[in-house]
Design a protein around this ligand. Structure first.
Ligand SMILES: Cc1cc2nc3c(=O)[nH]c(=O)nc-3n(C[C@H](O)[C@H](O)[C@H](O)COP(=O)(O)OP(=O)(O)OC[C@H]3O[C@@H](n4cnc5c(N)ncnc54)[C@H](O)[C@@H]3O)c2cc1C
Length: 379
């Protein structure tokens, strides 16, 4: 809980010369959604970012996948992913209502597939784990798989349906969040924040993705991901509707079809800080993609790009006040999950600011979990 109770009451005075109630550092999906939620509650909000939407979200596929992303040893993260995914339908509807924007939000679900017998064995191990958590993974017979997606390669040995894993287009989401935040009264300023002491506000939210490390000392590190964007020929929609995630000869790959003809193929996971696109990564991604869905060989290759996920030591986000600094809140480290986690992050951080009370959902994700035994944070 934040010490001192709520930061704000409905009686907070507003005026052009007062410092804002909330400064948000970073206009990615997380920062913009927090700004939208706070501004909608009547707070004066300023968002600092020299290049809004230019972070990891610009590269992200936009899978909303708490089931397929439930991995061994990440129970608490899985709980947060599930809680946020459950908020997505209402969040998307509210954002569309506020802006009129088409978010590319699609609910056909996700097919999980294995190309070879070894790939399928690997996939089944994970499905059994996910089913053990009570998550909805339904194994499909090969004929059921092909009924759902006839374009799958005949070689694909088997699969399962994660029907509640949906998708949104981050390149549509972020501009919509910006519009919603501005319409609710938030102001964007095109400044990079070099030190938090430069920021004049009652509460500062650090939502700067990988940029949070230098501002706070938190253990957020860049995890490189290379992604391709293909386009179906002749302006057609892709020849498949589900998100397809799978293993192809040991290579993990996902294929995300958009209604406008785009297909996102991803992604590498590399402990690197550069954003170079490499020939080897493009080769591996394309080979795996075409192995699963042969018609992709005829698509246009329109983009190859790399981004940096804001990773953390336990792969979970960092949410809440910095130790000893209750007026500085972290909302960062969303790693592979920042798009799916946007609604829950925005709601919980805005609640914390307006009420002073931390939702119990935040407890496993506070910054102080990285404090060392010696009491020195994060070294
Ligand atoms: C290849 C790849 C695929 C992904 N796929 C998915 C997916 O399918 N589903 C999913 O949920 N997530 C996915 N992600 C993860 C997701 O993109 C991130 O978790 C998410 O973008 C984090 O949002 P954010 O707003 O915290 O940070 P970012 O999107 O990185 O935005 C940070 C913003 O902060 C700004 N900034 C940085 N430093 C400063 C500073 N000092 N001052 C002012 N502004 C600053 C930047 O300019 C940027 O606009 C993927 C990521 C990658 C790289």
């Amino acid at each position: 809980m934040l010490s001192g109770g709520p930061f704000y009451t409905s009686g907070v005075k507003k005026g052009p010369f007062l410092a804002p109630d909330v400064a948000v550092v970073g206009a990615g999906p997380v920062g913009l959604a927090i700004a939208w939620r706070c501004a909608s509650r009547g707070l004066r909000v300023v968002v600092h970012d020299p290049a809004p939407g230019s972070g990891a979200s610009y590269v992200a596929a936009g899978m909303l996948a708490p089931v397929a992303e439930a991995y061994f040893g990440e129970h608490e993260l899985t709980g947060l992913l599930t809680a946020s995914a459950a908020r997505w339908p209402a969040f998307a509807a509210e954002l569309t209502e506020a802006t009129g924007a088409d978010l590319g939000y699609r609910t056909e679900g996700t097919l999980l597939v294995g190309l070879t017998a070894d790939d399928l064995a690997e996939a089944r191990r994970l499905w059994a784990f996910q089913q053990g958590l009570g998550l909805p993974v339904t194994p499909l017979r090969p004929s059921e798989l092909r009924d759902r997606e006839p374009a799958l390669a005949p070689r694909v040995r088997g699969g399962a349906l994660a029907g509640t894993d949906h998708q949104v287009d981050p390149r549509r989401l972020v501009p919509a969040l910006r519009t919603a935040a501005e319409r609710a009264g938030a102001t964007l300023t095109a400044t990079a924040v070099a030190r938090l002491s430069e920021v004049d506000a009652r509460v500062t939210v650090v939502a700067a993705g990988c940029g949070a490390a230098s501002l706070t000392g938190l253990p957020v590190r860049p995890v490189k991901g290379q992604v391709l964007r293909l386009r179906a020929p002749g302006g057609a929609a892709p020849g498949f509707r589900h998100v397809i995630r799978g293993y192809a000869d040991g290579e993990h790959v996902y294929l995300v079809p958009r209604a406008d003809g785009e297909v996102v193929v991803g992604a590498t996971v590399e402990e690197r800080t550069d954003t170079t696109v490499t020939a080897g990564a493009v080769l591996r991604l394309l080979r795996a993609a075409v192995d699963l869905l042969p018609e992709l060989a005829e698509y246009d290759l329109v983009e190859a790009v790399a981004g940096l996920r804001p990773g953390t030591p336990d792969n979970a986000p960092i949410l809440g006040p910095l130790p000893g600094r209750p007026a500085v809140l972290a909302a960062t480290g969303h790693h592979r999950h920042g798009i799916v986690l946007t609604p829950v992050t925005a709601d919980l951080i805005a609640d914390l600011i307006t009420t002073g009370v931390a939702d119990p959902l935040l407890a496993p994700f506070t910054p102080d979990r990285f404090t060392t035994e010696e009491g020195h944070p994060w070294n």
